[in-house]
Write a protein that binds this ligand. Sequence first.
Ligand code: NAP
Ligand code: ZN
Length: 354
Amino acid sequence: MIKTYSYAAQKPTDRLAPFQIERRDPGADDVQIDILFCGVCHSDLHTARNEWNNTLYPSVPGHEIVGKVTAVGANVTHFKVGDLAGVGCMVDSCQHCASCAEGEEQYCENGFTGTYNGPVFGGENTFGGYSDKIVVKEKFVLKISHSDNLAAVAPLLCAGITTYSPLHHWKVGPGKKVGVVGLGGLGHMAVKIAHAMGAHVVLFTTSPNKREDGLRLGADEVIVSKNADEMATQTNQLDFILNTVAAPHNLDPFLNLLKRDGTMTLVGAPDQPHPSPGVFNLIFKRRSIAGSLIGGIQETQEMLDFCARHGIVSDIEMIHMKDINEAYERMIKGDVKYRFVIDMATLKEEASAA
Ligand code: NAP
Ligand code: ZN
C-alpha cells in the first residue's frame, strides 16, 4: 500500500484537515500519479458537508486532477513514467452495460465509481484529489496535451467536461444563440467553450460586477437576471440554455427566453429542489427541461483536445491546501474568479514538515 497525504472532512460540520490514507499498489492496469494540481468544484463542498445526504466519511474531495505519472502496471500501453495525466470525476464503471459500451460511463447502469465518495449506488469509499498521489485504472486516465499553465487545465476535468458535454449533445455551434446561467466554475467554462464552438453566447448572472468579465471570457451579451427589463430583451430568443446555478431558484424566467422547441439543461445540483416550473411556459412552445451529468471518458479526452486546440484553460485562483476551508466560504458567496485550484506542492511541504 502507498502512504498518501490528504485533506479530509470527518463529518459534515468539520473543517477539512490533514489525514493520512493508503492507495493500492498499482496493479497491471493501473497508473500511479503524483498530483500536481487539483481544482475545487462546488460538488466537493456539497459532498464534504453532506448536502446531498450521501457522503461517506472520511471524505477526501477533489475530482479535477492533473499530475505526473510515477508508475504504470504491466498492461498499461498509453502512459509511461513522466507523462502528464488527468483524472476527472470517475475512476471506474461496470464496462459491460449499454451506456459503458457507448462511452457514456457516467450513466453506467450499474453505477460508476466516483473519484471520491465511492460507487454512486453505494459501496466502498474512494478518496479524491485533495491528496498527493492517486492510483487509477488506465481506462479512466486522460492525456493532457496542453503544454503549460497546468494548474489552469485541472478544472477542465470536471467544469470543462460538464459544460462541453451538453453543449455538444444539444448541438451548440454557429448560428445558435445560447444562454449560460451563472458565472462560477462551470459557467465560465461554458461561456468559453460555447464561444469557441461558434455560438452567440448570452451570459445570465445575478452579479452585476461580473459583466465585464463575462464579455472578456467570450459572452456576446451579459444580462443581469435580477433585472426584469434586461431579461425581457431575450424573450423567445434562445435555442439552448445551460443552467449551472448551485442554488434553488425560479426556472420560469429562463424558460420564457427559449425559442419554440428550445431546451434548458440543468447541470447545477442544489441541495434543495427548484420551485416547480409552470407548465404553460413549456407546452405553448414545446420547450424542454433536461439534465446532464459530467461526460464520458472518450468525450472528456475530446474536450481536453478541443480546449488545447482553442487555447482554453480555466481562470483560476491558486490556493494552498491549508486554505481550503476559507475557499469553501468564499465559494458560497460567489467570490471566486473563477475556480480555486490547490497547488499540491503545498500539501507535500506540510506533510514533510509534520
Ligand atoms: P460555483 O463556482 O459556486 O458557481 C455557481 C454560480 O451560481 C455562482 O458563481 C453564481 O453565479 C450562481 N449562484 C450561486 N448562488 C446563487 C443563487 N442563490 N442564486 C442565483 N445564482 C446563484 O459552482 P460550480 O462549481 O460551478 O458548480 C455549480 C453547480 O453544478 C453545483 O451545484 C455543482 O455541484 C454542480 N455540478 C454538477 C455537475 C454535473 O455533472 N451535473 C458537475 C459538476 C458540478 P452568478 O454570480 O453569475 O449569478
Ligand atoms: Zn465537479
